[in-house]
Write a protein that binds this ligand. Structure first.
Ligand code: GLN
Length: 186
């Protein structure tokens, strides 16, 4: 039996790169634009982008509630802005976080676009993975969050239940370990 497709929020961000990662792991992807698109999906990816804009768009379309309900029974993977949307609190009042990860997040912790960098991850799960940080947030994790990976002492990949959040962009490059790990939680 072919497994149900994985949804990728397609309002902004690197939708194609996530779809390519999923294809590499033998899974199909479907874009999500509105609440009805969540029907029949095995999980949902919230890609990077601009969390303030994404939050507004989610709210306007009722996708914020629909995703929160979906997340009660399905795994969600959030990357960069996607992670910001998943947390419980941010330093920017324009973001209404979904509360899927018990974490507080500071947007743009590492500076502007030109301060983007690639670094090797440390920690238990994806050691040595080359990770792209693009206007990435800083995360303060709280139990029951599990820290999967760190960079320079800060948690940058987190798991809570079946949900995973990354401060970096695991869809860039060829290393599919984060997507593979997350799919394994479903
Ligand atoms: N800095 C962006 C934000 O706060 C996130 C950047 C990204 O997703 N690469 O929403």
């Amino acid at each position: 039996m072919t497994p149900d497709p994985i949804g990728i929020l397609a309002l902004q961000g690197n939708v194609q790169a996530h779809a390519r990662m999923l294809a590499q792991l033998g899974r199909s992807a479907r874009p999500v634009y509105r609440p009805a698109d969540l029907d029949g999906l095995a999980g949902l990816i919230l890609p990077g982008g601009e969390s303030t804009t994404l939050s507004q768009l989610l709210r306007r379309d009722g996708l914020d509630r629909a995703i929160a309900d979906f997340a009660d029974h399905h795994p969600v993977l959030g990357t960069c802005a996607g992670l910001i949307l998943m947390c419980t609190r941010t330093n920017d009042a324009r973001v209404n976080p979904l509360g899927l990860l018990t974490a507080e997040v500071d947007r743009n912790h590492y500076g502007r676009q030109r301060e983007s960098f690639i670094a090797s991850l440390e920690g238990s799960h994806f050691p040595g993975m080359r990770a792209a940080f693009i206007r990435a947030p800083a995360v303060r994790a709280r139990a029951p969050l599990e820290v999967l990976a760190t960079h320079a002492g800060l948690p940058v990949a987190l798991r809570q239940g079946r949900h995973v959040g990354c401060a970096f962009h695991p869809e860039l490059g060829r290393d599919a370990r984060v997507h593979e790990y997350w799919l394994g939680l479903a």
